[in-house]
Design a protein around this ligand. Structure first.
Ligand code: GLA
Length: 727
């Protein structure tokens, strides 16, 4: 059992292979979270609670109760009760007051991990993990708080969530119900986060943790391009291989808050959860609210170990469905090839050539419905445009299938255009406040999924479309943020539930998709990576990573995203040059070698490529097929970053160290250089590795301690893939 309770010291200790987390009771009442770090065998650290020193506990020293709460490392801090730091819970009672201070009541250990009803979450049986449930209660408010801490047996992961139950007869309102709180001493750590924008997702940022509140958030209704629902508190100078990392990652796809506060006593408190701004959840008597979960990872071996822990966790305990470990098809998507300007013949011309070039799946993107020749109009109706597709989706799919390729489709089910039959019939089905026309974004509105009839309508349109042809892949897009939050159907005192209800309905829809169309490969998308989060990953084994397909930009974006997510889920395509977003031209091979480090595909008109480029495609596809299993399942190591110079280098290696793939790209060439090398990781020191192309042999220890020579052709944007096999 990897969870224990030391009754004498009143300490709960949760162990993972290399880490422990400790919760402790002060005066048998107040639950603190007092440790998260390297694994401990002992529980002899109750003195951390310092209950024998001022300010003492309130029972012993009621005079200074506020001082106690304002420095106590509360496991689930509440508002308006003496702790002035970031809190997790704010309960407004019938009296209109914020009033809830739950105290410890009981605990139990559950084998495995309970599901979180209606929410995406990591899963595991009794062989994988155990869960500590601690119950706190505020008898006066009638509120029970259940805290869940799941400790994984093979991975340095603790999953944390909370359930708030109203045991009284009267309704209360949750104005803040976060998922996780982590208290740590400040030891000069830095804060590592991912920021970005449209076409610039996943940029790594590191900052000092000065006094006060730091962190990031989304109030966009989606997890967002701009701020990623992740933060890591890292020891100063943490590298890929060295340094302590304590990371939090939020399994949620809507607005979120992720903050770290350095308080007056130089203590750190990190909190993570649904963004409290605009959130107000009415909890009727007898009802409960389940927060999404936050994943806590500990690494004492730098960021690389954190990355591999998250990759393993998500591959084994989050991603589901038929494609979870199956090979992902090499696809071609027509978006950058044609945009809205296509018809059946044009698509088939691309498809025919793509099939000859050994591409496995053809994806028809936006523009196949209504009279949609621009990004204005017709969203919501999903009626095939007969002018463009005279034989409908079925006819097109049949012709694609006859070429030996599977067929996939783009939809944006959560949206409606003003110019649509759906909007004309149901203008009240969009998210909007009572008195104002909602703001348009990309000329579209967001459907109010909190209404059951709207959710059902969306399901009908999606399922009808999927049944209308042999569709094996769905790109589920979402191209705007939520604004003007208001629902025509929710009562006034439930309007604050809209954002979360929207996300819950989205999850239900995607779950239904998994249940009723288990053979369909779902790829989520949100104008690129605007909803690239562990929540969506629970439903779709791959997510389109960015609308920026330029190879150099992608190196940066994919570095950030692959720091958290397995390569098997990162949608990456080869596109045309000059690149449509940045206007840069890079070699065709470099584009292919960049897209290899994800789910490989093409997004261009193959017929417009030069004959030499076209000829390269079958070999590129074949190379990906050969590498696919290792890319999808191998241990990933970041070797060099464009944040430090001109070289991007990474590798994957199988668990036995028998095979490895190394990717090298140099962005700008420099004159007058000595030969460069890059040290590899994860290999067996006393094994001999053979470069499968040149047949050159290298001792493992040489690759690990001296490095692999970087022998790239002259010129900018040069890239290479090296496959090493143990002799
Ligand atoms: C979004 C997606 C693109 C493409 C377009 C279609 O921007 O990220 O890949 O599907 O929508 O409108």
């Amino acid at each position: 059992m990897n969870i224990c309770y030391d009754e004498k010291r009143q300490i709960f200790k949760l162990d993972t292979p290399g880490a422990s987390m400790a919760l402790a009771l002060a005066d048998g009442k107040w639950l603190g979270q007092i440790y998260f770090g390297p694994r401990l065998n002992s529980t002899d650290f109750a003195w951390l609670l310092a209950t024998d020193r001022p300010p003492y506990t309130p029972d012993r020293h009621p005079r200074e109760a506020v001082s106690f709460f304002d420095c106590f490392p509360s496991a689930y801090p509440v508002d308006n009760a003496g702790d002035f730091r970031e809190s997790c819970l704010s309960v407004r009672t019938q009296a209109g007051q914020i009033d809830c201070l739950p105290i410890f009541e009981s605990w139990e250990i559950l084998p495995g991990k309970p599901e979180l009803a209606g929410l995406p979450a990591t899963f595991g049986g009794a062989d994988d993990c155990n869960t500590l449930r601690v119950i706190l209660r505020d008898a006066a408010a009638g509120v029970r708080v259940e805290l869940y801490y799941t400790a994984f047996i093979q991975l340095d992961v603790i999953a944390q969530s909370a359930r708030i139950c109203n045991d009284s007869a009267e309704a209360v309102w949750l104005e803040r119900a976060l998922s996780a709180c982590l208290n740590l001493p400040y030891e000069g750590q830095e804060l590592l986060t991912l920021h970005g924008s449209w076409a610039r997702e996943g940029m790594i940022d590191i900052q000092n943790i000065g006094t006060g509140i730091h962190g990031l958030a989304s109030r966009r209704g989606v997890s967002s391009h701009q701020d990623h629902p992740f933060l890591a508190i890292v020891s100063p100078g943490t590298t890929q291989d060295r340094g302590e990392v304590r990371a939090l990652h939020f399994v949620y796809s809507g607005s979120f808050l992720a903050q770290v506060q350095r308080d007056q006593f130089d203590q750190l408190r990190a909190v993570m959860g649904i963004h409290p701004d605009g959130f107000r959840w009415k909890l009727e008597g007898g009802a409960s609210f389940q927060t999404p979960e936050a994943i806590l990872v500990y690494s004492d071996a730098g960021l690389g170990a954190m990355t591999r822990t998250l990759h393993n966790l998500y591959r084994e305990h989050l991603i589901r469905g038929a494609y979870r470990s199956g090979p992902r098809p090499v696809l071609i998507n027509n978006w950058e090839a044609t945009y809205f300007d296509f018809d059946e013949e044009k698509l088939l011309r691309i498809a025919r050539r793509a099939a000859e070039l050994k591409i496995e799946l053809f994806v028809l993107d936006d523009g196949w419905f209504g009279e949609r020749d621009t990004d204005s109009g017709y969203l919501g109706d999903w009626k095939v445009c007969a002018r463009k597709l005279p034989h409908g989706l079925r006819g097109l799919a049949e012709q694609i299938n006859a070429l030996g390729m599977r067929f996939g489709l783009w939809m944006e089910p959560e949206m409606v255009s003003e110019n649509s039959d759906l909007y004309r019939a149901h203008p009240d089905w969009v998210i909007r406040t009572a008195t104002r026309t909602p703001l348009r974004c990309r000329d579209q509105y967001v459907l109010d999924l909190s209404r059951p009839e709207v959710e059902e309508h969306v399901w009908q349109r999606v399922s009808e479309t999927l049944r209308s042809a042999d569709i094996r892949y769905l790109k589920w897009d979402m191209n705007r943020s939520l604004t003007n939050l208001g629902s025509a159907a929710l009562p006034a005192d439930r309007q604050g539930e809209l954002g979360h209800r929207y996300v819950l309905a989205l999850y239900r829809l995607q779950q239904r998709l998994m249940d009723e169309f288990p053979g369909v490969l779902l790829e989520n998308c949100c104008g690129g990576g605007g909803r690239f989060d562990p929540g969506m990953l629970f439903y779709s084994p791959q997510i389109w990573c960015s609308d920026d397909t330029d190879a150099v930009e992608r190196l940066r974006i994919q570095e950030g995203i692959s720091m958290l997510y397995p390569l098997s889920c990162i949608g990456a395509h080869v596109s045309a040059c000059p690149n449509h977003v940045v206007g840069r031209s890079t070699p065709f091979e470099t584009r292919a070698l960049t897209a290899m480090w994800g789910t490989f595909g093409y997004e261009l008109d193959v017929t417009k490529l030069s004959p030499e480029e076209q000829e390269q495609i079958p070999a590129q596809v074949q190379r990906y097929r050969e590498c696919r299993a290792l890319i999808q399942t191998g241990d990933y190591y970041r070797l060099a970053s464009l944040r430090d110079g001109q070289l991007d280098a990474k590798m994957v290696v199988d668990a036995r160290g028998a095979q490895a793939i190394v990717g090298l790209t140099r962005v700008l060439n420099r004159p007058n250089q000595r030969p460069q090398r890059v040290r590899l990781r994860g290999l067996i020191p006393d094994a001999i590795y053979v470069d499968s192309e040149t047949l050159r042999e290298y001792p493992g220890e040489v690759l690990l301690h001296i490095g692999l020579p970087i022998e790239l052709p002259d010129g900018d944007f040069q890239s290479k893939l090296i496959r090493l096999v143990r002799k």
